[in-house]
Write a protein that binds this ligand. Structure first.
Ligand code: ZN
Ligand code: MN
Length: 491
């Protein structure tokens, strides 16, 4: 299991450095497949979204999906890659039951895009730039099921031909936790770009991890192993930790590491080699004869580039600047594009004196009612109306959460009417407050005398007693003023 290794922190087998590079396959958000008009929907009955093209029947010809290419270019621009006006498709051959053609259409020598980078908040090293070697377009294979029919493998070809991008990262990551942080940052950018739903449960984001270790301080790249098909960020971190520890242990025993393809068993936390038979690396790439080179017009590329939204890093920097937020605060409200949109609307609607004040209400009060950490479960205008009751001194700061809770349950009711029904409205009637002050002074003559004698903390005690008599509803500022005045008159 990974727990003991994780508990040892960054220093298992002291003196070793971990080197990780990730390859991420992401399913593009298209209605139809990469090279045919079949639906790319997830979860339909098996083998219902198929045709001669995606079943690999003889004579069927592929036609590229323009929307998939647009999303791929969008992802590449968003991650700072150069998108090439001319690229080409190739056939990658291997034999597996879920690959009906016997090859996958992908891009090999001339990929769509090259050389980008993503800045990652590393838990160990602060902000680190991670290089992205290339992003290319390809098609998915079908899906094999080894547990549906006893003694047999079942294949569903609905996924065959679904459009993917493969995002190949440089070996710039230095720990399992850093690899996880990279994936989180990558997923956030892809979601902002709306190129994929990035659902790991549905297989629309899958990770292959290359890992090696080397003596700390050395620049050599030792033999790496590849762990295939990791389907959660937690699995990536655990698998990398297990594989790192395995390699360090082998070197410390005086052994060597053989380049192998590994799988991760989430139940045992172990990595083990796949059967050698399944790891033939000779894919016999050759150019796809059924597809001409992919030529993207400069106007088309310019249009795709111009349509990019503000991305997470730029948005965080802007919110820090514009609203005076700390880096951590900006990160909270930019978790998703929708959330940051809500925050900025709320700043305006709430009439807050500054962005920091609006952030406090938004992050500490409103966001605590969100089930998914993204959706605020009541219209922002109504939330702002509740906040305005605090600003006007009609309810206390501490009454905001209970009021919002009731507003979430009763969507139509007026904020002030609800505050009244809940008994949250502050008493600012000076007659009532003076009355409570007189009662408190009469009930605590000893404390009053000591307060006048200079024991200032007894003033807070007396304020507390007045608040108690008002059942928490007295306007604290008015209580302070009334008590000060009363003590002076008495003195
Ligand atoms: Zn098809
Ligand atoms: Mn691939």
């Amino acid at each position: 299991m990974s727990a003991p290794a994780a508990a040892r922190g960054g220093a298992p087998g002291r003196g070793w450095e971990t080197v990780v590079g990730l390859e991420v396959h992401v399913q593009l958000l298209t209605r139809t497949k990469m090279f045919c008009a079949c639906s790319a929907a997830f979860g339909d009955p098996p083998n219902t979204n198929v045709c001669p093209v995606c079943l690999g029947l003889p004579g069927a010809l592929p036609v590229p999906n323009e929307h998939a290419l647009r999303l791929a270019a969008r992802a590449a621009f968003g991650l700072g890659l150069t998108v090439h006006p001319r690229s080409s498709f190739a056939r990658k051959h291997y034999f597996y039951p879920d690959l009906p053609k016997g090859y996958q259409i992908t891009q090999h020598r001339a990929p769509l895009s090259t050389r980008g980078r993503l800045e990652v908040a590393s838990p160990d090293r602060g902000a680190v730039p991670v290089g992205i070697t290339r992003i290319h377009v390809e098609e998915d294979a079908g899906k094999s099921f080894h547990d549906k029919v006893p003694g047999m493998t079942a294949v569903d070809f609905n996924r065959s031909g679904v459009p993917l991008i493969e995002i190949v990262g440089e070996p710039d990551l230095r720990s399992p936790a850093e690899a996880r942080a990279y994936l989180a940052a990558l997923k956030q950018v892809l979601l902002y770009l709306e190129v994929s739903d990035c659902s790991m449960e549905e297989g629309s984001l899958r990770v292959d991890a290359n890992v090696s270790v080397r003596p700390a301080g050395s620049a050599e790249l030792r033999t790496r192993c590849e762990i295939k098909n990791l389907n959660s960020f937690g699995h990536v971190e655990r698998a990398l930790t297990a594989e790192r520890d395995r390699q360090i242990a082998a070197y410390e025993r005086g052994g060597t590491i053989e380049q192998r393809t590994m799988t991760f068993d989430a139940a045992t936390g172990e990595v083990r080699p796949v059967r050698a038979k399944e790891e033939s690396h000779d894919y016999r790439y050759f150019p796809e004869p059924d597809l001409p080179p992919l030529v993207l017009e400069p106007e088309w590329l310019a249009e795709v580039r111009a349509s990019l939204p503000e991305l997470p890093a730029a948005k965080r920097a802007r919110l820090e600047r514009q609203y005076g937020l700390a880096a951590r605060e900006a990160a909270v409200v930019t978790a998703t594009a929708a959330l940051s949109g809500s925050f900025e609307s709320f700043v305006t609607l709430s009439g807050a004196a500054n962005g920091k004040e609006a952030w406090n209400w938004f992050a500490n009060d409103l966001l605590s009612f969100s089930a998914d950490g993204e959706t605020i479960p009541l219209p922002l205008e109504r939330a702002a109306a509740a906040v305005k009751l605090v600003q006007a001194g009609k309810i206390g700061r501490q009454s905001l959460k209970p009021l919002l809770a009731r507003m979430v349950e009763t969507p139509a009711a007026d904020a002030e009417a609800l505050a009244q029904a809940l008994g949250l409205l502050q008493v600012s009637d000076s007659g009532a407050i003076d009355g409570w002050v007189r009662e408190v002074l009469a009930a605590h003559p000893g404390e009053v005398a000591r307060c006048k004698g200079g024991e200032k903390k007894l003033f807070d005690f007396l304020v507390g007693q007045v608040m108690k008599r008002s059942k928490g509803r007295a306007d604290a500022r008015l209580v302070n003023a009334a008590l000060t005045a009363a003590l002076e008159i008495q003195g």
